[in-house]
Design a protein around this ligand. Structure first.
Ligand SMILES: Cc1ncc(COP(=O)(O)O)c(C=O)c1O
Length: 415
């Protein structure tokens, strides 16, 4: 008998099974609901239940679900040209670069890819190539503890959180980590091997953590003094979420390289690495590339997303609604002792609790028709679509209050 004949039969689950019976690798915990339809701030599950979305696909659905301008652009491009290789000119890609790159700086240039991790990979490769050409450092990149830069091997090495790295060793070398927000510590590790510093302006996955005021300006000055590059990862903070198109605009500085993804395509995968001209020039034909990166469909979606962000003044809206939601959450904090801190900028908001109740709250809020997200046992992170109304913000705060009132740990007198 041949090997193939003796091998045990492969048992496939029924095709019509539930999501967790489907043959999908278990990289995410089993989902509580299956979402099938969305419009604006609303999502509907397979049972027809309605939810208000305070996750927004983790900061992706900035324009709201299925914005008609974005849907029309995708449909129009889909029936015109879905994909051609970067071996040829791609009009929507050129147009997107013309619209997007100047937002980062006058002579900035764009490289397009498909995700945040890929945008950061491109940034790290570009910085190293620039450093080798200019004789700056030996390719070492400094990143911050508690950061998140992606799940590819290089971005995992950049992500200074052992919980994500464990089990995937050996990780690529050339990364050093410092405490976030500590300028003196950064100065201490800026040794001659360093080529670049890579930071999130606000740590999103790390629990909506802010550096002290003036930190980014200090980092910029240190990088300038030492002649190394400053790379900002705006994958989560970018595209108007914090009330400016880029979060770095709040600090009045400009990085040498900035990365975007998440909200850029309103849900169609696209990432971007934007670099100032002299740095961007380090890439020559053949140095980097991506089959799908910058293809007509994703660029059409991103162009429409920019049109909506600008046309509906979503940065201003994120600022106003972020202030409103934070004010209401702080009002609740005045009534509920377990809320330790409400912090945020625009519509990137963290609610920290004294007790480890955040994950329970996510489940309880779901039953109230609210989708929310916990970055840890003690922090709820809110990244709703930027089109949110005061009424929807009020619904969130009311549901949170109701869920806190019912939580057994709090009822038993911890709070
Ligand atoms: C700041 C930051 N950088 C990079 C990434 C990775 O992006 P992606 O999941 O699109 O690879 C994320 C994702 O959460 C992020 O928040």
């Amino acid at each position: 008998m041949s090997k193939a004949e003796t091998a045990p039969p492969v048992v496939m689950p029924a095709a019509s099974g539930t999501a967790d019976e489907a043959p999908i690798m278990k990289t995410y915990a089993p989902p509580a609901v299956t979402l099938v339809r969305g419009r604006g701030m609303e999502l509907f599950d397979s049972e027809g239940r309605r939810y208000l979305d305070f996750i927004g696909g983790i900061a992706v659905a900035a324009t709201g679900h299925c914005h008609p301008v974005v849907v029309a652009a995708i449909a129009g491009q889909a029936s015109t040209l879905l994909h051609v290789s970067n071996l040829y000119g791609i009009e929507p890609q050129r147009e997107l670069a013309r619209r997007l790159a100047p937002k980062a700086g006058r002579d900035f240039r764009a490289f397009f890819c498909n995700s945040g991790a890929e945008a950061n990979e491109a940034a790290i490769k570009l910085a190293r190539k620039w450093g080798h050409l200019r004789g700056v450092g030996q390719g070492t990149v400094i990143t911050a503890e508690n950061s998140f830069h992606g799940r590819t091997l290089a971005t995992l090495a950049a992500t200074a959180q052992p919980k994500y790295q464990k089990g995937f060793e050996p990780l690529p070398s050339g990364f050093k980590h410092v405490p976030f927000g500590d300028l003196a510590a950064l100065e201490g590790v800026l040794t001659p091997d360093v080529t670049a510093v890579l930071l999130e302006p606000i740590q999103g996955e790390g629990g909506v953590r802010f550096p002290p005021p003036g930190y980014l300006r200090g980092v910029r000055a240190l990088c300038d003094t030492r002649g190394v590059l400053l790379i900002l990862d705006e994958v989560q903070t970018g595209c108007a979420r914090t009330g400016r198109f880029f979060a770095f605009e709040h600090d009045g500085i400009r990085p040498d390289i900035v990365t975007l993804a998440k909200a850029l395509g309103s849900g169609v995968p696209i990432g971007a690495c934007l670099a100032r001209g002299e740095v961007a020039a380090a890439f020559e034909p053949g140095n980097h590339g991506s089959t799908f990166g910058g293809n007509p469909l994703s660029c059409a979606a991103a162009l429409a997303t920019l049109e909506v962000i600008e046309g509906e003044r979503l940065a201003e809206r994120a600022e106003a609604m972020g202030n409103y939601l934070q004010k209401e959450l702080k009002r609740l904090q005045g009534k509920v002792a377990t809320i330790k801190e409400v912090r945020g900028l625009g519509l990137l908001i963290g609610v920290e609790f004294h007790e480890p109740i955040a994950k329970d709250l996510v489940k309880a809020m779901l039953a109230h028709g609210i989708l929310s997200n916990a970055t840890s046992e003690t922090v709820l992170r809110l990244t709703p679509p930027l089109i949110i109304t005061e009424r929807e913000a009020d619904a969130f705060v009311a549901a949170l209050e109701a869920c806190l009132a019912l939580h057994p740990a709090l009822k038993s007198g911890i709070c």
